[in-house]
Design a protein around this ligand. Structure first.
Ligand code: ADP
Ligand code: MG
Length: 348
């Protein structure tokens, strides 16, 4: 782990910079810096958040011998359709989704794609010793983050919700997910957006696009290059205007979890939407965690897991190799620390 000297280089990179680090609805306008040569850049509201696909300008397209604008448009359309498909499968809000039916009626999940994602989530739970747990649904609901009316519940209510939580209650056998405890409900909110980004990225690749930036609510995949240079990604500071860091990446996923995405203040304390399943309260050690890895599914899951684990335990897992990614953490006291392999763009 190393101390990280954050700085704000927004002016330096001007229009080239892509900003991340702000989830949910507030994401709109993140691409404040317009891509002058973009032949296709589109934003849609999917999975309860802002999703953007950007294909860089003509030089890259010519280099990859693309069939032209229409082919790019079709590929982007298919990638958005894939994001929509992920929403239909993983949503806790769409009554017909397999996840909703599992939660409300106890109907086993047998869609191979969902079963595989739940298995991946359980592996992160195991490695993080339960800091990451998709059975947190009763807590997210209790604290009012789904109703849009967040509130601080009474300790007895929190204790009751905690009784329904535990990823070990999920059973994955013969290609099916069932639950040992009927009260258990799952919430893939900390991993599904990353998965959807990976899935959309695969669609672009299958359709001949090798350079693109795909984003869903703060989870990014930077595919290939932007006009023959790595993508430049700015990570927002959770409390101040400007940037915590700037990264140059190619074929890398970047996911950020923070206490500034969905939160409310009560009696001077900040309560947000990432819960420590062991206490039933929002995790308090960090302001934000950014994970840079090979795939967005795991970057998404680990950004949430490390956020709950906090600096010491989280960095230990990273240094032991369990996470297989680079990370940047900002403590609640404002200290920025990164894993040794994290490469940032040199300051001005
Ligand atoms: P965001 O989705 O806002 O980008 P995250 O990826 O960190 O941020 O996911 C937060 C969501 O994950 C919460 O809204 C909730 O649905 C779910 N969640 C909260 N705490 C946990 C946890 N400890 N483990 C797994 N999922 C969680
Ligand atoms: Mg996450």
């Amino acid at each position: 782990m190393r101390e990280f000297a954050g700085m704000c280089w927004l002016k330096k990179f001007g229009r080239e910079l892509v900003l991340i680090g702000l989830g949910g609805v507030a994401l709109s306008g993140l691409f404040a810096c317009r891509e002058p040569n973009a032949i296709q850049k589109e934003t849609r509201f999917i999975m309860g958040t802002v999703c953007t696909i950007q294909i860089p300008g003509p030089p890259a397209v010519a280099r990859r011998a693309m069939a032209g604008r229409r082919a790019v448009r079709e590929a982007v359309e298919k990638a958005f359709a894939r994001l929509e498909e992920c929403d239909q499968k993983f949503s806790v809000f769409i009554p017909s989704s397999p996840v909703c039916r599992f939660n409300q009626q106890g109907i086993p999940i047998d869609d191979p794609e969902i079963v595989a994602l739940i298995a991946q989530a359980c592996e992160v739970s195991r490695l993080s010793q339960g800091a990451f747990d998709i059975t947190v649904y009763p807590l997210v609901e209790l604290w009012g983050f789904y109703s849009g009316k967040p509130r601080r519940p009474a300790p007895e209510e929190i204790a009751a919700a905690r009784g329904k939580i535990g990823w070990q209650h999920l059973v994955i056998t013969n290609g099916q997910v069932t639950k040992k405890n009927a009260a258990v409900q799952i919430d893939l909110g900390a991993i599904a957006k990353g998965y959807a980004v990976d899935a959309a990225m695969q669609v672009l690749l299958q359709n001949g696009i090798h350079d693109a930036l795909i984003e869903a609510g703060g989870d990014i995949f930077a595919l290939g290059q932007r006009n023959q240079k790595p993508w430049k990604i700015g990570i927002r500071h959770p409390r101040q205007p400007g940037l915590l860091d700037t990264l140059e990446v190619s074929d890398r996923a970047i996911a950020t979890s923070g206490d500034y995405e969905q939160f409310f203040i009560a009696d001077g304390a900040r309560y947000h939407h990432i819960f420590d399943p062991r206490t039933g309260y929002p995790a308090t050690n960090l302001m934000s965690v950014t994970v840079i890895g090979a795939n967005a599914t795991l970057a998404d899951a680990w950004s949430t897991a490390l956020f709950v684990l906090g600096l010491e335990k989280g960095m230990k897992l990273v240094e032991e190799g369990a996470v297989r990614a680079e990370v940047l953490m900002l403590t609640s006291q404002g200290r920025a620390l990164s894993s040794p392999g994290l490469k940032t763009i040199p300051g001005p």
